[in-house]
Write a protein that binds this ligand. Structure first.
Ligand code: PGA
Length: 314
């Protein structure tokens, strides 16, 4: 599905940031543009520039759809051989960046048997160069065995292992400095949501990343409400979209309009083959981070292919 990004107008002021007539496809204008040099644009993507327009893709961001499979601490040599074989034979839409994160000890096995179509992520990395850090894995080692990405700030590392915002920020900065892409996870606990603190928590976590990293070029943000992870309780499309649009606006107001437009904001938390389509239709959802359902090759492929749901009837 080749797509063309079409800017509907050139650089504009905050007030002309997005035209009201496109509000059905693109959210209404944020009220504040703190970066006067920025020229964030509304993008509509058409299926082909030459053919009559048949479909429009509902994407507020301009990055390629991104789907990551977080295998967590699951699998054996045998089950992973089967999963890799299922992934190798799956038909995946071409316009999606696909990544899987096996447990460290199986990365080499996966790297040498998995199609190059799918990139490998690690589930954690050390804050700096390797050395006398028992039990840790360095970014250099991850690169050495072919990893392109690392998941950082996952809720299980924040809330089970006890990693804090600053520690996670340091890890992100070091990984980026060495050329690894970072899947930067944020998300609120149930009690934080119930106390009306969802945005505050997400903004603090985002700020910790922003304070630490020199650039957002190689970062994908994963919004993963903690109450939805591994619980079977998925956020509704509206709940997810509400946070995703807030995250994009935070980037616009605190980093730049360009970063807000380019950065993929993916959703994680009980995504499966049955609910991915409705979530993918939300214009600020640029993909998924998938746990449990990524352990089943065909279901993971269905989630990857939900990119086709970004197309809506014109
Ligand atoms: P889940 O996990 O899909 O099993 O809820 C998501 C994640 O932790 O990334």
């Amino acid at each position: 599905m080749a797509m063309l990004s079409t800017a509907l107008s050139g650089p504009k002021s905050a007030t002309s940031y997005c035209a009201p007539e496109f509000s059905g496809l693109r959210r209404l204008c944020p009220n504040n543009n703190s970066n006067s040099n920025s020229h964030s644009q509304s993008f509509l993507r058409f299926s082909s520039p030459r053919k009559p327009l048949k479909s429009v893709v509902a994407m507020a961001g301009t990055g390629t759809f991104f789907v990551g499979g977080n295998w967590k601490c699951n699998g054996t040599k045998e089950s992973i051989t089967k999963l890799v074989s299922d992934l190798n034979s799956a038909k995946l839409e071409s316009d999606v960046d696909v990544v899987v994160a096996p447990p460290f000890v199986y990365i080499d096995q996966v790297k040498s048997s998995l199609t190059d179509r799918i990139e490998i992520a690690a589930q954690n990395s050390w804050i700096g160069k390797g050395g006398a850090f028992t039990g840790e894995i360095s970014v250099e080692q991850l690169k050495d065995i072919g990893c392109k990405w690392v998941i950082l700030g996952h809720s299980e590392r924040r809330h089970v292992i006890g990693e804090d915002n600053q520690f996670i920020g340091k890890k992100a900065a070091y990984a980026l400095s060495q050329g690894l892409g970072v899947i930067a996870c944020i998300g609120e606990l149930l009690e934080e949501r119930e106390a009306g603190k969802t945005f505050d928590v997400c903004y603090q976590q985002l700020k910790a990343f922003a304070d630490a990293v020199p650039s957002w070029d190689n970062i994908v943000i994963a919004y993963e409400p903690v109450w939805a992870i591994g619980t079977g309780v998925v956020a509704t499309p509206v709940q997810a979209q509400e946070v995703h649009v807030a995250v994009r606006d935070w980037l616009k107001n605190n980093v730049s309009a360009e970063v807000a437009s380019k950065t993929r904001i993916i959703y994680g938390g009980s995504v499966n083959g049955g609910n991915c389509a409705e979530l993918a239709k939300q214009e600020d959802i640029d993909g998924f981070l998938v746990g449990g359902a990524s352990l089943k090759g065909p279901e993971f492929a269905t989630i990857v292919n939900s990119v086709t749901c970004k197309k809506v009837a014109a």
